[in-house]
Design a binder for this molecule. Structure first.
Ligand code: SAH
Length: 487
């Protein structure tokens, strides 16, 4: 088997290459560094072994020799080994040494290049490393001149003489020395300079100064330092995104939590997934199976959640049995779940709550009265819809399709919640379970609710609701968050 030396990119998980994702998906073991983004580890199969060879500051550290030996041993054992490294594996990452060790041991390896922070971190700060005419080269140098660590010494005079952009990696701690050396070598003290901390991550921070003042900004690692005319460019885009830097807790069940988290991430937020509900089969699964079998006997099937759709369809043996049945969805999320299964909802109310759905359906009553309706939904739910339909003369079958339960509390919750700023609640159960699991005091300052029912549940638990979505959908909730933070 093969050992893959994979570049993970500078931090934003979306900057992993397609090849990197492909080899991770087939990994038996992933050997990763301290700064690795944990969501990338999730791309490996659940049962893949994950080994951290992180160099914790001040903590235990795996020597390079031990890492090389581990790669050789696992490769020799016939495993598919992914050695995940920040940025590019061959840029100041000792990937060369690892490849040499594998070559010497006769073990097949493949190098999967990554996006290096030397280029991507400035890009995320709105700094192009070259500019036509003004910056015709960029030199990437190490700021970590410790021969014991295997770094050679940098010829700062030559770097300065080149006149292009200078990108310094591992230079935060020695920033003052580096800047002084460049000034001594003849570079103008007022040359623009920038340090980008935690580039491409939700807590990216760009410190802008000049060569003579950069050290005063006290850059902290990990930082990429850019020196040269281009460092004056302020084409900021990443740090301008509407939810940039906001730490937002997502309480939805998986896998929906991950989908919402991805949307938040795309808007610059840091999403903290702490699901406070999970789905389980209903107590009486036979009823659902029977309802799915006999679905053709209903005039309407009304879905009030994407999970209800998923569960009924799981037991639908023949899609044609839905042929003569009309289908209603409470909102666009539920309609999308139907569309995923090639069913177009006949009815979606204008407002995505049970009351509006009931009103919309009341217009559907035929001259000879109402027909039979199936509502596959959560085991416990409000009775507005079935009661209302029954009052209108419909023959209503409410069939529990799933049960929402509180998952086990996350042991890391306290740490994750400590500096979270916002929490999103997408149903009454997410509110109630969350407060039961972690206590009302653990709820972050800004509470965002998907709609009035959820808001009432939150207020009943003593929470103040700062944000309520006007449109009761995920996009509606995201829009409300954006509006709140950009106002
Ligand atoms: N192989 C990596 C570099 C490893 S050296 C690459 O190609 O990117 C580690 C240095 O990279 C850090 O000291 C810092 O200078 C830079 N770096 C890595 N990740 C960074 C990030 N998210 N933001 C800013 N600089 C980063």
């Amino acid at each position: 088997m093969t050992v893959y030396l994979v570049g993970a990119g500078p931090g934003d998980p979306a900057l992993l290459t397609l090849r990197g994702a492909e080899v991770l998906a087939g990994a038996d073991v992933v050997i990763y560094d301290r700064l690795s983004v944990t969501s990338l580890l999730d791309l490996a199969p659940p049962d893949a072994e994950r080994i951290s060879v992180g160099k914790q500051p001040g903590g235990p550290r795996t020597s390079q020799e031990d890492i090389n030996a581990l790669l050789v041993a696992r490769g020799r054992a016939g495993q598919q080994v992914v050695r995940l490294k920040g940025g590019d594996p061959f840029v100041f990452a000792r990937g060369g040494e690892e490849a040499a060790a594998l070559a010497a041991a006769g073990i097949a390896f493949e190098v999967v290049p990554g996006i290096t922070s030397a280029v991507a971190v400035p890009a995320y700060a709105g700094i192009p490393v070259t500019m036509r005419y003004s910056s015709t080269s960029f030199t990437v140098v190490t700021g970590h001149e410790d021969p014991a660590k295997g770094e050679g010494s940098v010829n700062w005079e030559a770097v300065s003489a080149l006149g292009g952009t200078v990108v310094v990696l591992m230079g935060a701690a020695r920033c003052r020395t580096i800047c002084d050396r460049l000034i001594a070598a003849g570079m103008a003290p007022d040359t623009p300079a920038a340090a980008v901390q935690w580039g491409t991550r939700p807590h990216q921070r760009t410190l802008r100064a000049t060569l003579s003042t950069l050290a005063d900004t006290d850059p902290q690692p990990p930082a990429t330092i850019v020196i040269g005319e281009v460092a004056a460019a302020d084409l900021a885009w990443f740090e301008n995104r509407p939810l940039f830097g906001r730490r937002i807790v997502v309480t939805r069940a998986q896998p929906q939590a991950a989908a919402l988290a991805a949307e938040l991430l795309r808007r610059g937020a840091e999403a903290i997934e702490l699901p406070s509900i999970a789905f389980e089969p209903p107590g009486d699964l036979d009823r659902l199976v029977r309802a799915a079998d006999e679905v053709g006997r209903y005039d309407w099937v009304i879905f009030t959640s994407p999970t209800g759709v998923a569960r009924l369809f799981e037991h639908l043996r023949d899609a044609r049995s839905l042929g003569g049945v009309r289908v209603a969805a409470i909102g666009p999320g539920t309609a999308a779940a139907l569309a995923d299964r090639n069913v177009v909802a006949d009815l979606i109310p204008e407002q995505y709550v049970a009351e509006a759905l009931l009103e919309a359906l009341s217009g559907e009553v035929g001259p000879d009265g109402a027909g039979r309706v199936l509502i596959p939904r959560a085991e416990t739910a409000r009775d507005v819809l079935p009661d209302g339909l029954a009052a209108m003369g419909w023959d209503v079958d409410v069939v529990p399709a799933y049960r929402t339960v509180a998952p086990g509390a996350d042991p890391a919750a306290a740490a994750l919640l400590a500096d979270a700023e916002v929490i999103t609640f997408t149903s009454s159960s997410t509110v109630n379970n969350f407060v039961d699991m972690y206590g009302a005091d653990a709820v972050p300052e800004v509470v965002a609710s998907i709609g009035p029912i959820t808001t009432t549940a939150a207020r009943d638990r003593g929470l103040e609701v700062a944000i309520e979505a006007t449109e009761h959908t995920m996009p509606g909730l995201i829009a409300a968050l954006e509006a709140f933070f950009t106002r």
